[in-house]
Design a protein around this ligand. Structure first.
Ligand code: F6P
Length: 340
């Protein structure tokens, strides 16, 4: 068998774990593994890397992707070009680690391609799976930042506002903020009350709290307001960001605190994967390889009820999986006295 592997969309910690794990299993069963460079771009231009046991040994511990990726490919009207490129690679099937856009793209360009999808995003917002790899690492970056910035917040008697990624889903802010006991967590799914937030911060100041840490998700918004976003000539989608700075200025005007902000940005994606993400990608990559070796195509590798299993590829497509505003982690925040 000759199996292609590609990574598409924004990078996420653990992509290299999927490449190493899937390749090890495929190679040990005598399959040939072809790495496709830079996501869809590699198929359009026929750029590949042969994968050997030596070339991928140990890459699971490294951030980024050994194969490169692309999340800005213009796909519209390029179906024939894609199919010609794909045919010339002479593959029996494709293992693709990507997000919603990657799988939608493959389906639109080449509905007949035999594919196995491994859902990926630090945002943890894909349908059909309870967790995506990269999410735990992104949460670690947030929680370590909260721990560090609490020290400087206390030293200067300030509020430190930390802006996280996540697009329309608050999973990263919630997971990272809760695990580090941030004082305030603001997520898009629970628009916040400005008067209540002002009162919470003012009361904490009056009670003699030395400093405070606020974690705000990039698309969080106050009640009745819109999230802050911009557009870019380089992509079709919108880009969230700017709430951290805006909120810090607002806190200074609406509470007794001085405030500063930090945008964690792509540091949340650029970290070497945590042990949890390594376990997840070791299992998911191996599962993807097994599905390919047994010709079970058009399946997605998912995590459900504590195990890595598979489901129809269509299960992981659709609207983002957002945080239930009454999720048990939200309840835990409230029990711990965190403003959410
Ligand atoms: O979807 C993952 C993500 O990291 C989002 O949380 C964030 O808004 C976006 O990608 C940033 O993407 P880009 O790499 O285009 O800046």
């Amino acid at each position: 068998m000759r199996i292609g592997i590609m990574t598409g969309g924004g990078d996420a910690p653990g992509l290299n774990g999927i490449i190493e794990s899937a390749s090890r299993v495929l190679l040990s069963h005598g399959a040939e593994v072809i790495g496709i460079c830079d996501g869809f771009e590699g198929i359009f231009s026929g750029r590949t890397k042969p994968i050997t046991r030596d070339s991928i040994n140990g890459i699971h511990a490294v951030a980024g992707t050994y194969l490169g990726t692309s999340n800005k490919s213009k796909l519209h009207g390029r179906s024939e070009e894609f199919q010609t490129g794909f045919r010339s690679l002479k593959l029996d099937g494709l293992i693709a680690a990507g997000g919603d856009g990657t799988f939608k793209g493959i389906r639109e360009l080449a509905p007949d391609v035999k594919v196995i999808g491994v859902p990926k995003t630090i945002d943890n917002d894909l349908q059909g799976t309870e967790i995506t790899f990269g999410y735990d690492t992104a949460c670690s970056v947030v929680s370590e930042s909260v721990d560090s910035l609490r020290a400087t917040a206390n030293a200067h008697h300030r509020v430190m506002v930390i802006e996280t990624m996540g697009r329309s889903a608050g999973w990263i802010a919630l997971g990272g903020g809760l695990s580090s006991y941030a004082d305030v967590i603001l997520i898009p799914e629970r628009p916040f009350s400005r008067p209540k937030l002002s009162k919470f911060l003012t009361n904490a100041h009056a009670a003699g709290k030395p400093g405070m840490v606020v974690v705000v998700s990039e698309a969080a918004k106050a009640i009745g307001e819109d999230p802050i976003f911009s557009t870019s000539p380089h992509s079709t989608g919108i880009r969230f960001g700017g709430i951290g700075e805006r909120l810090a200025r607002w806190i200074e005007q609406n509470s007794p605190w001085e405030a500063r902000h930090v945008v964690l940005g792509h540091l949340q994606r650029a970290r070497y994967p945590t042990t949890t993400d390594r376990f997840l990608t070791a299992s998911m990559g191996a599962k993807a390889a097994t599905l390919a070796l047994t010709h079970q195509w058009n399946r997605a590798v998912v995590y459900r009820n504590g195990i890595v299993t598979d489901a129809p590829l269509s299960d992981i497509q659709g609207e983002p999986r957002e945080v239930d505003p009454e999720h048990r982690w939200v309840k835990l925040c409230e029990a711990l006295g965190i403003f959410i």
